[in-house]
Write a protein that binds this ligand. Structure first.
Ligand code: C2E
Ligand code: CA
Ligand code: CA
Length: 568
């Protein structure tokens, strides 16, 4: 470190001499002026003004203790209060033995005795102190997260290990704190505001862990960890954090979630211990009333189950264990509903675990970055089926496939899908793409550019799960899409709840304004169907007409329709 600082920064350091007697200032200046840039102040106030003006460019203050108005001690107290000033070392100039001890106790870096009869000693002392503080400041800058003052990841690991080493018999808990939906705070109120919230939470965590024998860090933007002597911390911690952000935002905007791995097994890798607390924290997802969760057997089993799914994935693809189901979509614009297309939905027929629904494995594979190969499998299967039906039934039945938000990170996505379509011999008009609205809110730039590519190639884009992604009307006008797929949460209560009905009417208005057609999904009852049809909904998908059908069943449906047509 010494070599690093010494060799990289050859420039002259700046030193401020504060002394009310001109002769003393001149003497010291004489000693130092060849090696340093020297600034002079004749009283404490003048010195504070200079420090403020120099802002971080000062390497040292040489301070006379006996001065009129503001003496050296007062000056030092004032300087220490400002965090950025406290990084500058102060050496006091004195001729009294007692003052030497007092100044060191107060936190000054060193002292130089008057009279100045040994210039070489003075120079050596000054150089050593400057070097020491520069090193120290570099270390503390890399140790701490600038925003919150908590440790950063690396040092958190380091200090936690030290903690284990010195207190091997203490039981310890790992606590993960996460601010759910924080990105919305940033999006709605701006980053500065977001930073103030993160800082307030960080300070609360720091205070709590200091007071309770803990070590804490900010791990990601909105997640924190605490490694702490085992105890009843989580409820108190929750209340304190909630209190610290109360002034900023209300409960609806932000949710604090706490995951605890109690009495952590210190034989486990430290990263693994953090994972367990995080798994507990993530298990709260979607459960609005729950705030604190613990790593337990249920989570352990889920972890093993997920590890098995990941392990089995490649084999399952090779052995074609995944089955594509097709859920019919009916056009309801005319007098009679008419089968107009279908949505491809995947299922996993696992040889040991039985049928697994996509709601279980899709989010998992998305999080692990494995969804790409699963989706490709579905696209290829679907394109092949559409081609086959086109041949057998002499007209095309377009099918939509789901494109995961994670697929959007693939730069070649558009050309990949185009190739699949071309190779199967079908037309882009027969292959619709469902993109979820949340993909667009999460990753606006990439999704916008990919969707534009899709459209240029002639694909039809259906915006899936509409109403769950926090898009503004402005964003929607920017995103080119052909069909709006109303999320089933909106459809659910339209026949029993007046407000729900109004909301859907409002979304229909938006669709008309955007000049796109509307698919309602999750339609289960005749009452829902009647209301939607009356409102001008174009297409309906849901159990009211049909559940997702396996390939053979869907083919039978197509055959029946063909026979009915032939009979006319
Ligand atoms: P999604 O894209 O919103 O698909 C609609 C889901 O609603 C399907 O669930 C479907 O079976 C279900 N559904 C349809 N009609 C009704 C109804 O009337 N009532 C009720 N309660 N549910 C209905 P599924 O098949 O379990 O799929 C769940 C989610 O998994 C899908 O939601 C989609 O996000 C994802 N998914 C399914 N297949 C794929 C795929 O091949 N690739 C990707 N990336 N995601 C897929
Ligand atoms: Ca879908
Ligand atoms: Ca959907």
């Amino acid at each position: 470190m010494n070599d690093f600082v010494g060799s990289r920064l050859k420039m002259k350091r700046r030193i401020l001499i504060v002394d009310d007697e001109e002769i003393n200032r001149a003497l010291l200046n004489e000693v130092l002026k060849d090696d340093y840039e020297v600034l002079l102040a004749s009283n404490g106030q003048e010195a504070l003004d200079i420090i403020e003006l120099e802002e971080g460019r000062l390497s040292l203050v040489l301070l006379d203790l006996l001065m009129p108005v503001m003496d050296g001690y007062d000056f030092f107290e004032k300087m220490k209060k400002d965090e950025s000033f406290s990084r500058i070392p102060v050496i006091c100039l004195t001729s009294e033995k007692e003052a030497e001890v007092k100044s060191l106790k107060m936190g000054m870096a060193d002292f130089i005795s008057k009279p100045y009869d040994m210039p070489e000693v003075i120079k050596a002392r000054i150089a050593r102190i400057i070097q020491l503080y520069e090193d120290r400041n570099i270390i503390s800058a890399t140790q701490f997260d600038m925003l919150t003052g908590l440790f950063n990841r690396e040092y958190f690991y380091e200090y936690s290990n030290i903690y284990d080493h010195f207190y091997p018999d203490n039981a310890k808990d790992v606590i993960a704190v996460n601010l759910n939906r924080f990105h919305i705070i940033n999006a709605v109120y701006g980053r500065d505001f977001g930073n103030r919230v993160l800082k307030a939470v960080g300070e609360t965590i720091k205070e709590y862990s200091h007071a309770n024998q803990g070590v804490a860090c900010r791990y990601n933007a909105d997640s924190y960890y605490i490694y702490i002597k085992s105890g009843e911390h989580e409820k108190v911690l929750y209340e304190r954090i909630a209190g610290s952000i109360k002034g900023f935002v209300d409960d609806y905007d932000i949710r604090i979630r706490i995951g605890v791995y109690k009495d952590a097994d210190t034989g486990l890798d430290f990263g693994k211990r953090l994972d367990y607390a995080l798994l507990a924290c993530n298990s709260i997802n979607g459960n609005y009333n729950k705030k604190i969760a613990y790593y337990d057997d249920k989570i352990r089993e889920k972890e093993h189950f997920e590890a098995k799914l990941i392990h089995d994935l490649d084999k399952a693809l090779a052995e074609r264990q995944f089955k594509v189901f097709f859920q019919p979509k009916y056009n309801v614009e005319g007098e009679q509903p008419r089968l107009c297309s279908a949505e491809a939905l995947i299922r996993w027929e696992h040889p040991e675990l039985g049928m697994i629904s996509p709601g279980v494995f899709i989010p998992l594979f998305e999080n692990k970055g494995l969804i790409g190969k699963v989706d490709r499998y579905v696209w290829e299967e679907t394109a092949a089926k559409v081609a086959q039906w086109k041949k057998s039934f002499h007209h095309s039945i377009p099918v939509s496939v789901n494109v995961s938000r994670v697929d959007m990170l693939n730069e070649n996505l558009c050309s990949d899908i185009k190739k699949i379509v071309d190779n199967s011999g079908i037309d882009v008009k027969d292959f619709y793409l469902e993109v979820t609205e949340s993909a667009y809110t999460e990753n606006r730039k990439d999704v916008l550019s990919i969707v534009k590519d899709f459209r240029r190639e002639g694909f039809t884009i259906e915006m899936d799960d509409f109403g769950t992604g926090y898009s503004s009307l402005n964003m929607l006008t920017e995103m080119p899409f052909d069909v709006l797929k109303l999320d089933m949460a909106f459809v659910k209560n339209i026949h029993t709840d007046e407000k729900a009905l109004r909301l859907v009417e409002f979304i229909m208005d938006i669709a008309r304004y955007l000049n796109v057609s509307v698919i309602a999904e999750g339609v289960e009852y005749k009452e829902q169907y009647d209301l939607l049809k009356k409102m001008g909904c174009n297409v309906i998908q849901g159990y009211y007409f049909s559940k997702p059908l396996c390939c053979d069943e869907f083919e039978n449906l197509l055959k029946q329709l063909q026979e009915m047509c032939d009979a006319y």
